[in-house]
Design a protein around this ligand. Structure first.
Ligand SMILES: N[C@@H](CCC(=O)N[C@@H](CS)C(=O)NCC(=O)O)C(=O)O
Length: 218
């Protein structure tokens, strides 16, 4: 399998964490696509993923699977023990709901803020920006952090009692928050404590070095 990737990207980080959690490192080859050079918007790349985003998984039969959730589903199903995406109908329902909520309320909101209200990937890539929309999404992300604070006051993980894809999605959100200098609010102590705990997982610790291209420095 190949994974089209960018080593500092918060979305690709989600898939790298999933690869490590499932111990699939030896079965995957990472192919670096330089977002700042706009390599993800070339016709060649758009033929792999219509949306022009990373990551993308390429199977050995030439099938392309984009979207972190779909890629994680695929990787998690390979060994027949879907620990990340749910082993029972209830687990599956809760994990998917919370992961989608983490995208809507946190990660995607920060992404819109980054692309619209900051220089983003630079003028060659950011051909349309709407700063007001970006700042609104930043406010939404801060509200999202408070929502996950309330969740984590009641349970150890985002979707309940076990680590799952939903935790990985919130980790992606907080990686992105760090990149855009958006700190976890001081009053969100449970969210910060959970994030500190997540940093101790080898899959989270090794997420950058797993795929970093030799020539890249940031
Ligand atoms: N919904 C997609 C979002 C992927 C995404 O936005 N990836 C970022 C990389 S961190 C990207 O490719 N951004 C480039 C752009 O939007 O121009 C997913 O879950 O995979």
């Amino acid at each position: 399998m190949k994974i089209y990737d960018w080593h500092t990207g918060p979305y690709p980080a989600r898939v790298r964490i999933a690869v490590a959690e499932k111990k699939l490192q030896s079965q995957v080859r990472f192919v670096s696509v330089d977002l700042r050079k706009g390599e993800h918007k070339t016709p060649e790349f758009l033929a792999k993923n219509y949306s022009g985003t990373l990551p993308v998984l390429e199977l050995d039969d030439g099938t392309f699977i984009a979207e972190c959730t779909a890629i994680t589903e695929y990787l998690d199903a390979l060994d027949g023990v879907p620990t990340l995406t749910g082993r029972t109908p209830r687990e599956k329902g809760m994990i998917h709901m919370m992961s989608k909520r983490a995208e809507l309320e946190l990660l995607d909101a920060i992404s819109v803020y980054f692309h619209h209200a900051t220089p983003g990937l630079g003028p060659d890539v950011e051909v349309y920006q709407n700063a007001e929309w970006g700042f609104r999404q930043c406010d939404k992300a801060i509200r999202g952090m408070h929502y996950f604070e309330d969740i984590l006051k009641k349970q150890p993980f985002i979707a309940g009692e076990i680590f799952s894809m939903a935790d990985i999605t919130v980790i992606g959100g907080l990686i992105f928050a760090q990149l855009v200098n958006l700190p976890v609010p001081a009053e969100c102590a449970a969210l910060q404590a959970w994030y500190d705990r997540m940093q101790e997982r080898p899959s989270v610790q090794n997420r950058v070095t797993m795929s970093k291209p030799a020539e890249a420095s940031s």
